[in-house]
Design a protein around this ligand. Structure first.
Ligand code: MRU
Length: 351
């Protein structure tokens, strides 16, 4: 891996890109202050980038993993062409283990595996074609979800979003932010409230920045202001993305989504979850079985690498939570909308 500063004219939001035979990732840890792209030549380096949050957001992680499979196969082919398929298994396991909650990571690796059997000779070109297809399909899905979700939003609405589910978290355009962009273009969004999303501040650093670039009015609020905001303003929708949706419609998303959804139900605010079908995991019966990532507790005890909590205090740092299906009014996917989701409706659309 090496790094270079680049401005990528017209592609300010391209978080994941195949560039001259390498994977290029926008280093999201540096946004919005610096725009730095990092280049990757190996799957193990990409796995580390996923783990370290260079690239983040479920669909973007899945797309990065698909390109990482291409890198793994290229190196394995060069080392031993007759056994590349077996020798990349260690890389695939490392990639799979990089982050546990976002199912898109496992989905993308499974999709890439499906191509292995038909390959004769050098694998790179065929695998790259499939990875690019996964990337393009994600962008197309986001536009379709944007169109569908925007139809649910009445003119001049105030909406809340949490974490980042924009172009940076996806192949492009965004899931929750895709709906917000489409609805804004139709005149249906008056203003967006973005919650800051402790401890990584994806709402503050990424979402408010993306909305600002799009000239969509946005107010940044602290996570714990959401209930009082809902009590004092006429908020129409809470719109979020997801990292995995179980077969009964339970939704895993960034920590804080659940408490926002509880507040939303209490205050009569509707909850929309926007995610491509690659985020639906029909193998998992309910949210109780979705693996939740716990990250380093220094993310809680420290701020900007400075200790703010007392020494020896124990912290807990769950990265995602589960919003029960009964708190969700609509799951918007590129295949259609599931209103008031339950197992039967989910099976009818995704079974
Ligand atoms: O920990 P992150 O930054 O990868 O988490 C991102 C989120 O939780 C997003 O809200 C999620 O991936 C939604 S899908 C674009």
């Amino acid at each position: 891996m090496n790094s270079n500063k680049s401005d990528y004219p017209n592609e300010k939001f391209t978080a994941v890109k195949w560039n001259a035979g390498r994977l290029t990732l926008l280093d999201q840890r540096k946004l919005p202050g610096e725009i730095i792209y990092l280049n990757y030549d190996s799957a193990t380096a990409v796995a580390a980038a996923i783990r370290d949050m260079v690239v983040r957001g479920a669909p973007a992680i899945g797309i990065a993993a698909a390109y990482a499979v291409v890198l793994a196969a290229r190196l394995a082919w060069r080392e031993a062409s007759d056994s590349w398929c077996e020798s990349i298994e260690t890389d695939l396991s490392t990639l799979s283990a990089a982050r546990p909650t976002a199912v898109n990571l496992h989905w993308a690796i499974t999709e890439m595996r499906k191509v292995f059997n038909g390959i004769e000779g050098e694998p790179e070109a065929i695998l790259l074609e499939r990875a690019k297809q996964i990337h393009d399909e994600d962008i197309a899905a986001n536009h379709e979800m944007g169109r569908l979700g925007a139809e649910l939003i009445m003119p001049d609405s105030l909406v809340i979003t949490h974490c980042n589910a924009g172009a940076l978290a996806t192949g492009g355009y965004g899931t929750a932010l895709g709906v917000i962009r489409s609805a804004f273009n139709k005149g249906s969004i008056q203003k967006v409230f973005a919650s800051e999303t402790r401890p990584w501040f994806q709402g503050a650093r990424l979402t408010s920045w993306e909305l600002q670039q799009e000239h969509i009015p946005v107010n940044l609020v602290i996570d714990s202001a959401i209930a009082s905001l809902m009590a004092s303003q006429k908020i129409a929708w809470l719109i979020v993305g997801s990292d995995r949706i179980a077969a009964n419609g339970d939704v895993a998303n960034k920590i804080g989504t659940y408490s926002h959804a509880v507040s939303a139900r209490y205050h009569g605010v509707k909850v929309m979850v926007v995610a491509p079908s690659s985020t639906i995991d029909m193998q998992i019966e309910s949210g109780a079985n979705i693996p939740i990532e716990y990250r380093n507790t220094e993310e809680v005890t420290d701020f900007n690498r400075t200790r703010i909590a007392p020494d020896n205090i124990e912290a807990v740092n769950p990265t995602f939570d589960i919003t029960p299906a009964k708190l969700v009014d609509a799951i918007v996917t590129e295949k259609g909308i599931v209103q008031a989701p339950d197992t039967k409706k989910m099976l009818a659309m995704f079974g």
